[in-house]
Design a protein around this ligand. Structure first.
Ligand code: NAD
Length: 312
């Protein structure tokens, strides 16, 4: 049994990670400032004596004794991270510095939830980990993209300079229960709009592609990465390489919800990447991992969650 700190633990991915770590018998400290996460996401874990919830902002130092740190704190959707872009950069950069400092002090192993956004609007397809990216440093998405890139730099500098045990995971689009219903991310958007009978908003012509990984698969890879030998640091891409166009996704959601919502088309937001797909050869090799939950199965579970939580 390890003492494990999960920052951003009351968010979408963090709450599933806490659940998984508790199921494996770990002692879990969940830290969150509730910017996008909620206590409701972890309410079902509160009765477990191995679970502890702490309100804390990672831009301030934290002094606790732990063996492992999963650093997930950071708003992940454009609507939320663009709401206060300066705070977003601070969360990524100061948050990384504080958590790395903590890991160094207590000799903990630390994993960073990085993102496919470090590749920006990629010129190669699919993206492998050795691709350095094509990122706008001054756009409205830069607070997130560059914040996450700087966090990766800090992780590797702490590793080189202080021999810290680090793991960097580049997460591609993930979906599932406990996604925020109003965060503008495409899967939750389409489901919520379909369940409410509102028009489904498609940006551009809907031909841009994305790949979606179901949350259980993602969390499985995260735990596997933490458990890899110290010589493996990543970065490692984790996501589902199976690509769909936004139009295909919209039609699948309509079919699974039985909704009669119409599709409406709006202009693409500035800086929106046209295509993004992970190359997961490294994850297959080093984590012995690949996604197992098919889109229809994952969407069905997600739709069930939104049906039970939304008043539609
Ligand atoms: N969900 C995805 O598809 C995806 C893709 C790539 C990367 N990621 C990364 O995974 C992590 C989790 O993402 P998510 O989808 O669960 O998002 P989320 O917004 O649901 O979770 C982030 C959590 O961090 C908390 N938080 C934000 N700022 C904080 C601060 N300063 N101090 C303490 N807590 C803070 C929020 O309240 C929230 O609970 C993020 O770092 C995100 O960048 C997610």
């Amino acid at each position: 049994m390890s003492k494990v700190l999960v920052t951003g633990g009351a968010g979408f991915l963090g709450s599933h990670l806490c659940e998984r770590l508790l199921a494996e018998g770990h002692d879990v400290l969940c830290v969150d400032n509730y910017f996008t996460g909620t206590k409701r996401n972890v309410a079902h874990l509160m009765g477990d004596p191995m679970f502890e919830l702490m309100r804390h902002d990672v831009t301030f130092p934290l002094y606790v004794e732990v063996d492992q740190i999963y650093n997930l704190a950071c708003p992940a959707s454009p609507i939320h991270y663009q709401h206060d872009p300066v705070q977003t950069t601070k969360t990524s950069v100061h948050g990384a510095i504080n958590m790395l400092g903590l890991a160094k002090r207590v000799k903990a192993r630390i994993l960073q939830a990085s993102t496919s956004e470090v590749y920006g609007d990629p010129e190669i397809h699919p993206q492998t980990e050795d691709y350095w990216g094509h990122v706008n440093p001054i756009g409205v998405r830069s607070c997130y993209d560059e914040g996450k890139r700087c966090a990766e730099t800090l992780f590797f500098d702490y590793h080189r300079q202080h021999d810290l045990g680090i793991k960097v995971m580049r997460i591609f689009n993930t979906y599932g229960p406990r996604m925020h219903p109003n965060d503008g991310r495409v899967v939750s958007n389409f489901i919520v709009q379909a369940l409410r009978g509102e028009p489904i908003t498609i940006y551009g012509d809907g031909q841009q592609t994305r790949s979606f990984c179901y949350v259980d698969d993602l969390i499985d890879a995260m735990v596997r990465l933490m458990d890899t030998p110290p010589s493996f640091t990543g970065p490692v891409n984790v996501g589902n390489p199976h690509e769909f166009t936004m139009l295909e996704l919209a039609h699948t959601v309509l079919e699974l919800t039985g909704s009669r919502s119409e599709l409406i088309f709006k202009d693409l937001p500035f800086d929106d990447p046209k295509q993004r797909q992970p190359d997961i050869a490294l994850a297959r090799q080093e984590l012995d991992w690949e996604p197992t939950v098919e889109l229809v199965e994952g969407l069905t579970r997600t739709i069930d969650y939104f049906r039970s939580t939304l008043s539609v």
